[in-house]
Write a protein that binds this ligand. Structure first.
Ligand code: F6R
Length: 369
């Protein structure tokens, strides 16, 4: 059932263009208007929402962090992102006008289920974003938006992550539509850009030999750092998590802007650092700021492995390795920039002879609190 692949994870990484395409399918009409009746949440209720709180764990939480940038930008609603297990034991300010979004691949994560129950007790509407039909979290939620990644067998999440991010974009655009915060033509334009993503992911996969080569020279590395900014920040966190889980290598993800506030002290000659470079067309001057970060760590001897858009040549002088991804609108970039990091972790773990599909100490769904 691995269809010729050595591992489920390798297969699932390759299924990502399909996972994104399937999650987008039949969710907009010919004019690019979002049609999400399946969510079972009244448009009137959604129009009244004054805050979104996303609860989830692990990789799903990083999808939530990406969602925050998109939903705030498009729907002009404040979005909080929180680990499910922390949400429950604070006294969250949540009520009938809060939309709580529980993101969970399995739908069985106990921490997230408990957060859902807590949110409903507080009177919030709960929407599940879930990959598993009929699982517990969607059953206990007010509504559900399914991701269509297909069954994910490898313990480490890959294709479900891309599908989750895609679903949160749909939600963000839908909220923008319901709240009349975006011109229908602009919503249709983002939908067109989203439809173009599967081919871009495929291009990254087709060009991944370079990443595999880098993974092989790094097989003995004891520590890897990941930097990102804006939507690249959760991508950096995900890159680090994949490496910890699969290759048992100490890895940390940082917001690039935070570097000078402490983590730069970690940089010593030979330290590998992945940098997820924001699109040059992104907001403000984050691109040039990240270029400065690369320069700073390079000057201290870091081995810089830079993930950058095709045509972004400013990165070249400070990069030991450049991994290219197709140009993608800034908010949608995580769908392409995370892919090399998944391939990297998978390849490095394989090079170390580890069980990629079943890493030690981990279970596919965590059904205890
Ligand atoms: C990481 C991973 C975990 C899960 C987390 C949440 O590769 O798989 O971090 O993302 O346990 O699981 P779900 O999404 O099923 O609630």
């Amino acid at each position: 059932e691995k269809g010729g692949y050595a591992t489920f994870m390798a297969k699932e990484i390759d299924e990502q263009p399909q996972a994104v395409a399937d999650t987008l399918r039949a969710r907009s009409d010919l004019d690019g208007r979002l049609v999400l009746d399946e969510m079972r949440l009244d448009e009137d209720v959604l129009a009244q929402v004054d805050k979104v709180v996303i609860v989830s764990c692990g990789t799903s939480c990083y999808a939530g962090m990406v969602a925050k940038y998109a939903i705030e930008r498009w729907a002009r609603l404040p979005v909080e992102v929180e680990y499910s297990h922390e949400f429950r034991y604070r006294e969250p300010v949540v009520g009938p006008r809060t939309l709580v979004v529980a993101i969970t691949q399995s739908g069985e994560t106990m921490d997230t289920l408990m957060a859902v129950r807590h949110a409903r007790q507080l009177g919030a509407r709960v929407l599940a974003i879930c990959n598993t039909h009929g699982s517990t979290v969607p059953r206990e939620s007010d509504g559900v938006l399914y991701t269509h990644a297909g069954p994910e067998v490898a313990v480490a999440s890959t294709k479900a992550f891309l599908a989750q991010i895609t679903a949160t974009y749909l939600l963000g655009l839908y909220l923008a539509q319901v709240r009349k915060q975006m011109d229908p033509a602009d919503i249709a334009e983002v939908m067109r850009e989203l439809q173009a993503v599967p081919d871009k992911v495929q291009k990254v996969l087709d060009g991944s030999e370079e990443v595999r080569r880098i993974a092989r020279w790094m097989a003995d590395t004891r520590s890897v750092l990941f930097l990102g900014r804006h939507v690249g920040y959760p991508v950096a966190l995900e890159g680090a998590l994949k490496l910890k889980e699969l290759a048992y290598i100490h890895a940390e993800g940082f917001a690039a802007g935070e570097l000078k506030h402490g983590p730069i002290a970690l940089i010593e000659p030979g330290q590998p650092v992945f940098v997820v470079v924001p699109s040059p067309h992104g907001p403000g001057s984050v691109h040039s700021k990240v270029i400065s970060n690369i320069q700073e760590i390079r000057a201290r001897g870091a081995r810089t492995i830079v993930i950058a858009e095709e045509g972004d040549d400013e990165v070249v002088p400070y990069a030991e390795e450049v991994i290219r991804v197709p140009a993608t609108p800034p908010l949608l970039a995580p769908l392409v920039t995370v892919v090399p990091l998944q391939v990297f972790a998978c390849e490095l773990a394989t090079a170390k002879g580890l069980d990629v599909d079943q890493p030690r100490n981990l279970a596919k769904s965590v059904t205890v609190e």
